[in-house]
Design a protein around this ligand. Sequence first.
Ligand code: HEM
Length: 396
Amino acid sequence: MGPVTTIFSSLDTDYRDLRAKAVAPLFSTARLRNASLHGGVIQECVSEFVTQLASLKADCKTNHAKLDILDQCARLSLDVVTGYLLNEPYGGLAEHQQLPMEKRRNAKLSINPFIFAIVGFSRFSLLPNWLFKFMYSLYSRFSFSEEVGRCFVSMDSFARRLVSQTLEVDPAKRQDSYQTRLLAAGITPAETEVQCQAVVFAGSDSTAVKLATILFHLVQNQDCLRRLKEELQAAETEDEGVALQEQPYLLAVIKEGLRVGMANPTRMTRVVPSKGMLVGDVYIPPGTIVGVAPYIVHHDPAVFPDPFAFRPERWLEGGRDNGLKRPNMDRSLLMFGAGLRACIGRNLAQKQLTETIKAVVKSSVLEGARTCQKRIELVEWFNAEIKGHTLDIEWP
Ligand code: HEM
């Protein structure tokens, strides 16, 4: 992000760890659970998302129109990440609410160009660094538009305002947040602003792509949708607060969605440390850049037969033992990366997915819908892009 090294881009372990450890408690399961209870920020965003989906559906049905679920998911993810981590939703869901229905249905989230600009330069990220820098400077020159500039300014002033509001409050009385924690760890306000922008990008796009992919497959597999609804209804009639392990089909749908959803399809790179390493009987010398690509391992037919099919049942075969853990298959799941540099936001992402899918399925809003394309096509960069930035569904 400009001259600032973020949690993502840092190669210096101490630099990265100071920042990542400062914000880690925000992703605890207890904190996330509270935010998903009635009145919590995640619950409020999800509930608004479902309400909007229902009214957009009614309008689409009357007017035989299509709805872009990717854009709806992008609005939700943006508000969940900002509302939960920065204590103020950016306003993705509220945007365009004042427009007449027809315009609202066709309007796209205004901050998209900020997200796409970052996704865009990730296409060069696997090049050697000197070539990346060259390509990036060319790309920035030719892809820059006034709209992109406006989005960066808007995101910049959002982050600046939140950080300066935090600084106005006595440190002992500050509300817990991403910015509060970074400032308390001694990070400068200027850097904190940039780290906040980076996490907005990190958390919004990937979660939106995964969620839209799951909804897309549920629309295409109305039997899955029915089975999920039955499971959720049965859980509701039992005790309040049924543990996720007691909803195996929901868990299986999410796992399968995370497997087939390609938010980061290309290889996660690592550098072989000073002693070198053995992979099987192959010695890889120190300093070699190695990597594994989720696209390859998630679609390995030896592990996942018929790998491009969305089949939550594959996680249930063999019973409900171990909370659906299937070591042979789990080992091939890399959607959040692996090791010390794995995704720090995975709990938040999974919570958003779980709560949203539950609420969408219970609302019946996707019943009878169909997708406007057979399959999802990607442009395969580090952050994959769904072709055309659109996933339309309709209710015939
Ligand atoms: C389904 C949604 C998400 C997916 C698929 C995803 C995926 C990833 C992947 C593949 C990496 C790189 C891991 C590696 O190199 O091993 C990563 C890193 C990261 N993610 Fe996520 N992510 C998601 C959601 C989030 C959210 C919600 C946040 C925060 C709000 C977040 C914050 C980060 C950060 C800060 C890193 C850098 C970690 C580091 O380099 O130390 N992500 N994510």
